[in-house]
Design a protein around this ligand. Structure first.
Ligand SMILES: [Zn+2]
Ligand SMILES: [Zn+2]
Length: 118
């Protein structure tokens, strides 16, 4: 997931090193998702960095996800190595909520329930 300009400044200077440590030292190049993304993997996502994703067949690029979507929070417990599929799913839920909140603010309260049902 590309880091947007307004978010880039929120990442710590040593983010690259942190991200590398999480993905390759702790996770040993494997997706650490255990269903946080909303996909039911059974136990743990089987994707491995540089190998074809068992579900999609496309090459896995491991990323580091913030479980609480807060780039400043780089505690190990808030970080998970995730394949792009899991990371996108994790962020999609978050983005949908943000978009809904933005539309809600723009539209005013009357749209709350139609938005929530969408
Ligand atoms: Zn995964
Ligand atoms: Zn997952």
């Amino acid at each position: 997931m590309p880091i947007s300009p307004e978010n880039r400044a929120r990442y710590p200077k040593d983010w690259k090193a942190i991200s590398h440590r999480i993905r390759f030292d702790r996770a040993e190049g494997r997706c650490e998702c255990e269903g946080e993304c909303g996909i039911d993997h059974g136990d743990r996502c089987a994707a491995e960095h540089g190998k074809p994703n068992p579900m999609t067949g496309s090459n896995v690029v491991l990323t580091t996800a913030h479980l609480d979507h807060t780039p400043e929070n780089c505690a190990d417990t808030n970080l998970k190595a995730m394949c792009q599929r899991c990371h996108l799913r994790l962020d999609a839920g978050h983005h949908a909520m943000n978009a809904r909140a933005t539309r809600f603010r723009k539209a005013g309260q009357s749209d709350l329930f139609t938005e929530a049902a969408a």
